[in-house]
Each structure stands twice: as structure tokens, then as C-alpha cells.
Write a protein that binds this ligand. Structure first.
Ligand code: C2E
Ligand code: CA
Ligand code: CA
Ligand code: CA
Length: 274
């Protein structure tokens, strides 16, 4: 028994150190990742009530020294260093290039792009989105920007102004991971968005407690005028329960995992007529 605790303590310290080292290494590597073309996007379909693809969500991937690093790990690092602004602009550009290709194929499919709080707050944000839309001649309404509720917590004037400036160009806004951000009801009431994405955690537990949440969001959506997307749908049971609640849009492994660009384009060609 003797000496056990100090050993354990040492073990945890080692773990912390390893974590820190990894962070430092990845941070260093992220500096040149864009220039080395290590990023790419994958595209996950969102379907409507009849199961037809209505949009793709662009999801960032990073291959570093032959390994795929999860965005759950590298996005926060880029947020801390501020590098997310440049990387986020790259994502926007790539996603719009893909969107332009789909428009050329005559597909009325939307593109959803994740926007980090830091990127949204950047002073060049609205201009940047406008420029990309113009560069690729994209109909504004096909571009959906996914933001988290956290952007609505402060500087309401500035936030609403930016949102409505882009909405005037047709761009749609979705609130991502809805229900996980501790927003008060008054904040929710002031979000002028077009879609709410119910977080996967509620869909996962829909057979237990999640159903009440899903129903509540559906009820609010009618009075506050936004549409609802359920994310992280993995099973037929979940899909059925969501359909019974009248959820108009769904996304998740049950329908499709994120696809490489080529596969996403092929998926559209083989999909049944809308
Ligand atoms: P998110 O925006 O909530 O994206 C959904 C995540 O859940 C994706 O993980 C997706 O692959 C995964 N997912 C989709 N359906 C299912 C399902 O049925 N079951 C399960 N277990 N997972 C599912 P991914 O691609 O690893 O992205 C993780 C997070 O990283 C994203 O969460 C988003 O917050 C962030 N992220 C990814 N790409 C970008 C980006 O370009 N910009 C920014 N700012 N954040 C990004
Ligand atoms: Ca998202
Ligand atoms: Ca989400
Ligand atoms: Ca999430």
C-alpha cells in the first residue's frame, strides 16, 4: 500500500504533461497546416421528412503526419490562437466552391457552414461572407451559417446587426447544438434565426427524457418562427419518434456519415428526384 498514492499522483502528472506536449505540438503544426494543404472538408447530408437530401453540412478534417486529428481537438486550439479566423474563411471558400458545383448540376441543395464565435465576432466577417458569395455567384439562400447560442449572449446589437445584414442577402442562420448552451429564455426570444439544430444528446436520449425537450423545441419553433433540425439520428426508432413529433429535418449516421466531396457529388447524382 505504501507509496501507492505518490505513484498515482505521478501518473496523473505524466498524463497532464503528455496532454500539454500534444497541445503544443499540434499548435505548432497548425501554423502551417493551411499552406501545406492538410485541411479538407467532408459533407454530411441533412434530409427532409421524405428522406430527400436538402443540404450538406461542411465538416473540417485535418490530416497531420498521416493521422486524422478530430476537429473536436483542433478547432478549440485554433480558437485559442485566433487562427480559426483564417481557417474559417478557408472553410467558407471551399464550401462555397462545392456549392457552386452543385448549383451547376442544377441541384437546389443548401450548404451549411460552421462558424466559430471568434470568426463571427471578427470585424471582417460580414464582408468576407458577402465577397465569397459574389465570387462564386451563389444564391444567398443556399448558404446556411451554423452558429452556437453563445454568440447571442452578449453584444446583442452588434450580433443582430450582423445576422440581419446577411439575412438581407438571403443567407440563413442556424443555431447549432441547441439546448447545450444554458441560454435563458429571453436570449432565445431575441435570436432571429431560421433554424434550430437540436443537439445530439437529446436525440440520443429521446426514448427516455429527450422526447419532452424535442416536443418543447417544436412548440417554441412555431411561435418564434424557426424551423427545426434534429442532429445525430442513429436509429430507426429515433427517426420514427422524431417524425411523430413533426420534426421537418434530420441528420445523422442513420441517413449518412459525412462523405468525401466526390462521394457527396455522386450521392446527388444517384439520389431520387426531389
Ligand atoms: P457539430 O457542428 O455539432 O457537427 C456534428 C458532429 O457530429 C460531426 O463531428 C459529425 O460527424 C458528428 N455526427 C453526425 N451525425 C452523427 C451521429 O449520428 N452520431 C454521432 N455519434 N455523431 C454524429 P465532427 O465532424 O467530428 O465535428 C465535430 C465538431 O467540430 C462539430 O460539431 C463542430 O463544432 C466542429 N467543426 C467541424 N468542422 C468545423 C468547421 O469547419 N468550423 C468550425 N468552427 N467548427 C467545425
Ligand atoms: Ca454544426
Ligand atoms: Ca451540432
Ligand atoms: Ca456538436
Amino acid at each position: 500500500q505504501k507509496g501507492k498514492y505518490p505513484e498515482r499522483f505521478a501518473f496523473y502528472n505524466l498524463d497532464l504533461e503528455r496532454n500539454l506536449r500534444r497541445k503544443i505540438t499540434l499548435n505548432e503544426a497548425l501554423k502551417g497546416a493551411l499552406d501545406r494543404n492538410e485541411f479538407r472538408l467532408m459533407y454530411q447530408p441533412i434530409v427532409n421528412a421524405s428522406g430527400h437530401v436538402v443540404s450538406f453540412e461542411a465538416l473540417m478534417r485535418w490530416r497531420y503526419k498521416g493521422q486524422e486529428i478530430s476537429p473536436v481537438e483542433f478547432i478549440p486550439l485554433m480558437e485559442q490562437s485566433g487562427r480559426i479566423v483564417e481557417a474559417g474563411n478557408w472553410v467558407l471558400e471551399e464550401a462555397c466552391k462545392m456549392l457552386a458545383k452543385m448549383v451547376q448540376q442544377n441541384a437546389e441543395i443548401c450548404m451549411c457552414v460552421n462558424i466559430s464565435l471568434i470568426q463571427f465576432y471578427d470585424k471582417g466577417f460580414v464582408n468576407n461572407v458577402n465577397q465569397v458569395i459574389e465570387r462564386y455567384a451563389i444564391p444567398g439562400h443556399l448558404l446556411h451559417l451554423e452558429v452556437t447560442e453563445s454568440i447571442f449572449q452578449s453584444e446583442q446589437m452588434m450580433v443582430n446587426q450582423k445576422v440581419s445584414q446577411l439575412q438581407q442577402r438571403g443567407v440563413k442562420f442556424s443555431v447549432d447544438d441547441f439546448g447545450t448552451g444554458y441560454s435563458s429564455l429571453s436570449v432565445i426570444q431575441n435570436m432571429n434565426v431560421d433554424y434550430i439544430k437540436i443537439d445530439r444528446s437529446f436525440i440520443q436520449h429521446i426514448e427516455l427524457k429527450g422526447l419532452a425537450i424535442v416536443q418543447a423545441v417544436m412548440n417554441i419553433s412555431q411561435s418564434l418562427n424557426f424551423s427545426v433540425i434534429a442532429e445525430g439520428v442513429e436509429t430507426e426508432k429515433q427517426r420514427q419518434m422524431l417524425e411523430d413529433c413533426g420534426i421537418p429535418y434530420m441528420q445523422g449516421y442513420y441517413f449518412s456519415r459525412p462523405l468525401e466531396q466526390e462521394n457527396a457529388l455522386n450521392y446527388l447524382k444517384t439520389a431520387p428526384e426531389q
